[in-house]
Every structure is written in C-alpha cells, then in structure tokens.
Design a protein around this ligand. Structure first.
Ligand SMILES: Cc1cc2nc3c(=O)[nH]c(=O)nc-3n(C[C@H](O)[C@H](O)[C@H](O)COP(=O)(O)O)c2cc1C
Length: 325
C-alpha cells in the first residue's frame, strides 16, 4: 500500500504472522525502495513480495488537466497551499526493474499494467514469481500471454486504485468472486483474490471460488503498524462516512475511497496519472495534516467496516482462522 500505509513495521509484522507481505515500491525512488527492502529483509520472518506500478504514457492533451487545476484552485487556497506541478514521470521504472532483478523477491508484483515479456523472464530467471494485477478476463489473458505465473484478480470492491492496464478503457467492474471464478475457469495459472476481503468468511469464499490466496489492504489500514495518517484512520471508524465510491479527483486514476465532499464536488476529474497525483499532492497533504477529511483521499475498500485497530499479526491470524488446511 504505497503512499504511507505500508511501513517496514507493517510488512515485518504481517510476515512474522505468516503472511506473504509486500513492500510498497511506488511513489519513491529506486534508492529509497532498496533501503526499505533491506530493512524489511532483516526484520521479516519469511519470503517477501515487492510491488511496483507499471508506468503509462504522458497525456497527449494537457488542457483537461489545466481546466481541472482551475476547478480545484479554491480548495488549495483555502488550505493555504499552491497546487503541485502537473508533471509526468515513470516512477523510476528502469531502476526499480534493475533493483527487483538484483534482490529477486519471492514475488515481484506489478499493478497498472503488464511488464514487457523480457522483464518478466529476467525476473523469473532470478527465481522470482511474477504476479500481475488484473481487473478483467482480457487483462488476465494479456498477463498470461506475457508470461506471468501468478495473477492478482482485483475486484471492484478493492480499496485505492483500480489496477487496470488502461484507465480510459471501459471497466467490466466485476466483483472479486466473479472475477476469480472467470479467470480460474479459463486458465491454470494460480489466482490471488483481492477486493473487499475483510473477514475469515470472505477469505473462505475467495478460496472456494478458486483463489489460491487472498490479498487484503483495507483490513490493515488501522493496524498498529500501518503508516495510515491520523485523519484517514479516524475517518475509517467515523460513522459520518457511510459508503465508498470510485473517483479520479485525487490522482487522475480511478480509485476507491470513503465518499467525501471533495469527491462529490469534483466528479469529472480527467484521466491523467500521475499528472493529477502530483498536482493534488500539496492539497491532499495539507488537508490530511489539518485533519480535514473532506478534502483528502481516504482510500478504502467496500469492507472498510471490518478494518480494526489491532496488531497486524492478529489481523493476519484472524483472517486465516477459518482456512481448512
Ligand atoms: C491505501 C491503499 C493503498 C494501496 N496501494 C497499492 C499499491 O501501491 N500497489 C498495489 O498493487 N495495490 C495497492 N492497493 C490495492 C491492494 O493491493 C489490493 O488490491 C486491495 O487493497 C484489495 O482490496 P481491499 O482494500 O478491499 O482489501 C492499495 C490499497 C489500499 C487500501
């Protein structure tokens, strides 16, 4: 969970409890990621995963972003900050691929796209299992054709960004269980279920649908070891927030969060990631620091009511408590 919630402590605690925990590689340089991977390797109890974003392309026409910047300027002013530069970058892709190839984590996980076959093969030669996040059967076909050995099937219930390959393409919006069933009945590649998994029963349902494992995010957002901001933590437990919704308002890519005023007031943010992510960064941060839950992103999956304050290890053990081995 890039952007703060995943910390070295969270990965270490989940790993010690028997989970395959992932270091969040996005939104940081390859050098920072290398430091984090080293710190986690010393403290974790078992094999590790590392997750990175596959970069897209810069937007061809900047005018929708300029228009959006005009629309949100008043919010930034009210918070006493200037908007950030609406710049594109590849999140240090080449250096991160090099780092993954060097450290060879047990699982190298990719979201927002499928890495080129050459990258997948290089990682597999080093002994890593390559996992690609998919949100549709078509994406699953592409990932398998490119050589992925493990798929993360992310249903529409999932917290934070949709892992889809193209944010402008029509979205099938399949629920986690339907997506898992659809992929598992078509391919022999093992499938990890992600999205809306917050209880031991959800875990059982995902395994019964054909998944070999589950991936949970929201369930850990309020854990003791997570780096989730106090504003975000409080909102997850605040009865004022009654539902989640998808939005591009905070980053220029569809993502699920607790429905707040900013999302309601800015329903038409364009597809432009990471341009809007950078544009909005000072605003999101200022709102979060000021405790203004109505103007910052409160990423959450539909199962957020099950996200509880507890040691991450207890959450891992609870989620796994009804698995028949
Ligand atoms: C705050 C937050 C940050 C996330 N960051 C990432 C990320 O950096 N990379 C990624 O592949 N998935 C990320 N995800 C998505 C998870 O990998 C997973 O698909 C999702 O959490 C599953 O749904 P759930 O939140 O309902 O458990 C994030 C999820 C949350 C809640």
């Amino acid at each position: 969970m890039a952007g703060g919630p995943t910390t070295v402590e969270l990965v270490a605690a989940a790993s010690k409890a028997g989970a395959l925990a992932f270091v969040a590689g996005a939104y940081k340089s390859a050098v920072e990621l290398a430091t984090e991977v080293r710190a986690v390797s010393i403290r974790a109890g078992g094999p590790l995963g590392v997750n990175v974003f596959v970069p897209g392309r810069p937007i061809a026409d900047p005018s929708p972003v300029t228009r959006y910047a005009g629309e949100i300027e008043a919010d930034a002013r009210r918070l006493g900050v200037a908007l950030g530069p609406a710049s594109w970058d590849d999140d240090d892709w080449n250096a991160k691929v090099e780092l993954l190839t060097e450290v060879a984590p047990a699982v190298a996980s990719f979201a927002f796209g499928c890495p080129p076959r050459a990258v997948i093969e290089a990682l597999q030669r080093r002994g890593s299992t390559v996992m690609v996040t998919v949100t549709s059967v078509v994406e699953a076909d592409v990932a398998i054709a490119s050589g992925a050995a493990l798929l993360c099937a992310q249903g529409i219930e999932a917290g934070a960004h949709r892992g889809c390959f193209d944010d402008t393409a029509p979205d099938d919006e399949l629920g986690t269980l339907r997506l898992v069933r659809a992929i598992a009945s078509r391919h022999r590649v093992p499938v990890v279920a992600a999205g809306g998994i917050g209880t031991p029963r959800d875990v059982r349902a995902a395994l019964a649908a054909g998944a070999v494992a589950v991936q949970a995010g929201t369930a850990f957002l309020r854990s003791d070891e997570a780096g989730t901001s106090p504003t975000h933590r409080a909102a997850l437990a605040d009865p004022r927030f009654t539902t989640t919704a998808l939005t591009r308002a905070f980053t220029g890519r569809r993502a699920r969060g607790l429905l707040n005023r900013f999302m309601t007031l800015h329903p038409s943010a364009p597809t432009a990631f990471p341009e809007i992510h950078h544009l909005m960064k000072p605003l999101r941060l200022a709102a979060s620091r000021a405790g203004d839950a109505e103007r910052t992103n409160l990423w959450a999956g539909t199962g957020y009511r099950h996200s509880r304050q507890a040691p991450a290890g207890d959450i891992v053990q609870w989620l796994a408590s009804e698995i028949d081995l």
